[in-house]
Design a protein around this ligand. Structure first.
Ligand code: ADP
Ligand code: ZN
Length: 621
């Protein structure tokens, strides 16, 4: 069985006496050439016995920051991790590397737990992953006092923050580790924390003396793209068809129904798409997540219930069919793409209805005024990103307190700068139409009035008599929609929280109505330009595939990996990442020694899989 922790298979020899150095461990065990920025500093800090607080974006390489010290320092490293599935995957991946790792959590029966505890007490473990609720039990603490511990790593440390969305009360008790195990270094890691939360983490975990390591938030390999929604399904299909055929990805929707419908739609078109939401049985959820992790090319269609702890490195795209509530959520969800550092796409379509829906949900929600004000600001920032005409990455990073000096060149607004137009007159017409019809109508109706439609409702209500009737024939219905969307997004109009999307004027629009202010609007791209991928611009997501000249060789290596993965009951990327296979294909190693030079091939994998891959490579010529 996959997660069976049979210790017999573990090699227990470990050079004692002289301490290994971190670079050597990186090279020999993990098969990597160099540390990423900050990793080296963090590792030195912990190896030398000091505490550290690490903030790194998803995919930044946090795990190595405690895994390497765990192999350098004597004793067992205790890793606190809130997610059982993640823990199991990490342990499986470490064992593939020949590292003596195990976990303790509630999925194990008594016998299994005892075997693990025994391995711990006899010094046979380099790392022990432990669920927080398990760790804080007096029994576990007693046990830990009897063994030699190299360090404590507290993963997903933002779970101590009560303001965050992942609060776990067990995490609060982890502060006792400071008093119980003085002198043993502790490293706390998180991907989501602003400065306030970082302080809170340090205080609550008694890490006030720890050095902070904050790595930049930029994820340069992710391309950000946001377009106005015209026909969401069609847009999604043309995006996947054009740029991510056969890739693995996540599609986020707001509601369960939409998740189901979208998954069905994709499946009908021949994609391997699976739904994931809180309404499915636990078994189905686990099964779909499992398949997403294990198989190639699965698209998971999900509500935000999906994602925390998804550690899959080769997710090539994250698509949003609905607008997230905040930039924090957007950043976290899109951050699940491209952990392996390869080109990936964060793609989203959004429209006026999304804006209205979110604004209404917010206003109708239970919560103090203070809470709503904060939520409103967050939504405004999200909308700001959607409507911006400059570089999206600059806006995004700026929000998280990072500066990007130059426009990134890898977002849609950088690559195809949106045109703007002077919308002052159109906006005056639109706002005045809202006013003249009594601030009681939604956008469809307002556009009908502006365009002079003769529909019955208008005639009956006498709105064919108002001064704004028929004054807007110069713009199409879609163009008017774009105007209204931007007005709502930018806070000139708000959707009545109780009134079915009726639009109302806000204070902000006074100067515009009086003609004291002019306004530039974004020109939405014409619908047919949606299939941009085919028109000259290089599709981003298939970087690796694009570079592969030897398709047959690539397929053969993947088949070899797949067979091994099935044999071992692990996901293919646990055997080797795509990047490693790619490097293999490029270098064509003929000997084990040459193979060991390939990026991502460490000693244990060389020994286990070296021959098989060499045979596969040899058969190619
Ligand atoms: P995080 O936990 O910060 O989201 P991970 O620790 O899962 O990120 O690392 C993301 C990916 O980057 C993993 O596939 C990991 O193997 C790889 N990685 C980390 N450090 C290095 C490095 N120094 N060289 C090459 N690959 C690395
Ligand atoms: Zn940009």
């Amino acid at each position: 069985m996959f997660f069976d922790q049979d210790f017999e298979q573990l090699s227990t020899e470990r050079p004692t006496g002289q301490q290994k150095d971190p670079e050597q461990v990186l090279h020999e065990v993990f098969g990597y050439e160099t540390f990423r920025p900050l990793q080296g500093d963090i590792i030195r800090e912990v190896v030398e016995g000091r505490d550290a607080l690490v903030l790194m974006p998803t995919g930044g390489g946090k795990s190595l920051c405690y895994q390497v010290p765990a192999l350098v320092r004597p004793g067992t490293a205790i890793v606190v991790s809130p997610l059982i599935a993640l823990m199991q995957d990490q342990v499986a991946a470490l064992r593939e590397l020949g590292v003596r790792a195990a976990y303790l959590n509630s999925t194990m029966d008594f016998e299994q737990a005892r075997a693990t505890e025994y391995a711990l007490t006899t010094g046979e473990l380099d790392l022990l992953y432990c669920a927080p609720e398990r760790l804080i039990q007096p029994r576990t603490i007693d046990l830990l006092h009897r063994v030699s511990i190299s360090l404590f790593a507290i993963d997903e440390a933002h779970c101590v923050s009560q303001w965050g969305h992942d609060f776990r009360s067990d995490y609060l008790q982890l502060s006792m580790l400071a008093g119980q195990f003085p002198g043993i270094p502790r490293i706390a890691l998180t991907a989501t924390a602003d400065e306030r939360t970082r302080k809170e983490i340090a205080e609550r975990l008694s890490l006030t003396g720890a050095r902070h390591f904050v790595s930049g938030f930029d994820r340069p390999n992710i391309q950000y793209r946001i377009s106005p929604k015209t026909n969401a399904n069609k847009q999604l299909l043309s995006f996947i068809n054009g740029e991510h055929e056969g890739d693995c990805g996540i599609v986020y929707c707001l509601s369960r129904n939409k998740v189901e419908a979208t998954a069905r739609m994709l499946a009908d078109k021949g994609y391997n798409a699976l739904p994931y939401h809180a309404g499915l049985s636990a078994e189905d959820r686990a099964n779909h997540q499992e398949r997403f992790l294990r198989e190639d090319g699965i698209i998971i269609v999900a509500t935000i219930a999906f994602g925390m702890g998804i550690d899959k490195p080769d997710v090539r795209f994250v698509a949003h069919l609905d607008l997230p509530k905040s930039l924090e959520a957007y950043y976290q969800e899109t951050g699940r793409a491209g952990r392996d550092g390869k080109a990936s796409t964060a793609w989203m379509v959004y429209g006026l209805q999304d804006v209205i829906k979110l604004r209404q949900m917010l206003e109708a929600s239970q919560g103090t005024d203070h809470f709503k004000r904060i939520e409103r600001q967050k939504l405004d920032a999200m909308l700001g990103l959607c409507e911006v005409t400059g570089c999206r990455r600059q806006v995004l990073l700026n929000y998280f307190g990072d500066q990007l000096e130059e426009p990134c060149g890898n977002c849609d607004t950088c690559q195809t700068p949106p045109e703007t137009w002077d919308g002052t007159l159109a906006v005056q017409k639109a706002l005045s139409c809202v006013y003249r019809t009594g601030q009681r109508f939604g956008v469809t109706y307002l556009i009908d009035v502006l365009r002079g439609s003769e529909n019955e409702r208008i005639i009956q209500s006498g709105h064919n008599q108002v001064s704004t009737y028929g004054i807007g024939t110069e713009l199409s219905t879609n163009e008017w929609k774009s105007v209204f969307r931007q007005l709502v997004a930018n806070g000139y109009l708000r959707a009545d929280p109780e009134g079915y999307g009726a639009l109302q004027l806000t204070e902000k629009c006074r100067p515009l109505l009086k003609g004291a202010e002019s306004i530039q609007l974004r020109k939405d791209p014409v619908v047919k330009s949606e299939s941009r991928g085919s028109k000259g611009r290089k599709p981003s997501g298939s970087e690796i595939r694009d570079q592969i000249t030897d398709q047959a060789g690539w397929e053969a290596l993947r088949a070899c990996r797949k067979a091994l993965a099935e044999q071992q009951g692990v996901p293919p990327y646990v055997i080797f990442h795509d990047a490693t296979l790619f490097d293999m294909l490029e270098r064509r190693p003929a000997t084990l020694e040459e193979l060991s030079e390939v990026n991502g091939v460490g000693a244990a994998k060389l020994e286990k899989y070296g021959e098989v891959f060499l045979e596969t490579l040899a058969s190619l010529n």
